[in-house]
Design a protein around this ligand. Structure first.
Ligand code: BDR
Ligand code: CA
Length: 311
């Protein structure tokens, strides 16, 4: 089994990423899930995780992380994910509690006490992971690689150049990308190819099981923002970060040297990739995912939702 830690800010697509991991516990040993302020405030995203776990009747350790970026003001993604950070579905009142009030200590202990290496999966701003690597550099050798959703080679979403997770906490991203730990980057280049359509959502709605029904309702909210923005297909960004760990063969990518723009200019939060052909790309910090077999992606994901309907 692959040992994983998930750091997230749920979030509609974060939830789908977590579902994918939960449904694959025969392959993944989920050491825990930590939360970070991003799509909504820390309190709200943590509540969302507790609600999800209560609804599903599952349990993995939950740890509470940072309530704001290292230096910057928190700018939430409420315009995408709603007031709760996970609008669209009425969850029951949560009975599942958090287990650890300090995600940094939790992650350090989980990493140090694990006999094997661990894959870190990050689907929110990189605040917790940046702070973890600064505070406890000894954990570095326990991390096999970091599979993160964030960044973009071609164009951004919150600004012309920057993707939200990196834009939100560029200093944290700078630490992570310069840590020496291999990075697998699911940036917008690939996540916009990992999309769901209205027809797909209709299919989930028709099945209307415990998880398929929940996902249909959540996705209907999630697509509202995207339709207003003129999108016809809806990227399930965060799912890519977990999908890569499970199904590497459905992705294509390229080794690239990526640096984070921490300036206060139009380029803030940009994942600046060195695309010059004559540069040696063998020893770079990042494997940037650029393409995905989208039909296979949806097939795997829908099998997961249907499987969870039965549990
Ligand atoms: C990222 O920002 C958030 O809104 C999503 O959950 C995803 O992690 C996409 O830019
Ligand atoms: Ca996210």
């Amino acid at each position: 089994k692959t040992n994983i830690l998930i750091d997230c800010d749920p979030g509609h697509d974060d939830v789908m990423a977590i579902l994918l991991a939960l449904a694959n516990r025969d392959k993944l040993n989920i050491l825990g899930v930590s939360t970070v302020a991003g799509n909504q405030t820390l309190d709200k995203v943590t509540l969302n995780l507790r609600k999800l776990y209560t609804y599903l009747g599952v349990k993995t350790p939950i740890a509470v992380g940072s309530d704001r970026p290292i230096i910057r003001q928190l700018q939430t993604g409420a315009f995408v994910h709603g007031e709760s950070g996970l609008d669209g579905f009425d969850f029951p009142i949560p009975t599942v509690d958090v287990d650890f009030s300090n995600a940094l200590l939790f992650m350090r202990d989980a990493l140090i006490n694990c006999d094997e290496k661990v894959v870190l999966i990050a689907t929110g701003p990189l605040t917790n992971i940046g702070l973890l690597l600064r505070a406890f550099p000894e954990v570095r050798e326990k991390i096999e690689y970091i599979s993160l959703m964030g960044g973009s080679i071609y164009k951004g979403n919150v600004t012309p150049f920057a993707e939200y997770n990196i834009y939100a906490d560029p200093e944290a991203a700078h630490i992570v990308f310069n840590s020496g730990i291999p990075i697998v980057m699911s940036g917008l280049d690939v996540t916009h190819k990992a999309y769901i359509t209205n027809e797909d959502i209709l299919e989930l709605e028709k099945i209307n099981g415990k998880v398929t029904g929940m996902c249909a309702k959540l996705l209907k909210f999630f697509t509202k923002f995207h339709m207003n923005e003129g999108y016809e297909n809806f990227p399930l960004h965060d799912v890519c970060a977990v999908m890569y760990v499970l199904n590497k063969d459905i992705f294509k990518g390229q080794n690239l040297s990526v640096q984070i723009d921490t300036s206060d200019t139009l380029h803030r939060g940009r994942t600046a990739a060195d695309l010059r052909e004559w540069i040696n790309h063998d020893d770079t910090n990042t494997f940037a995912l650029l393409d995905i077999d989208r039909d296979k992606f949806i097939e795997i994901l829908f099998d997961v939702f249907k499987k969870l309907d039965e549990e």
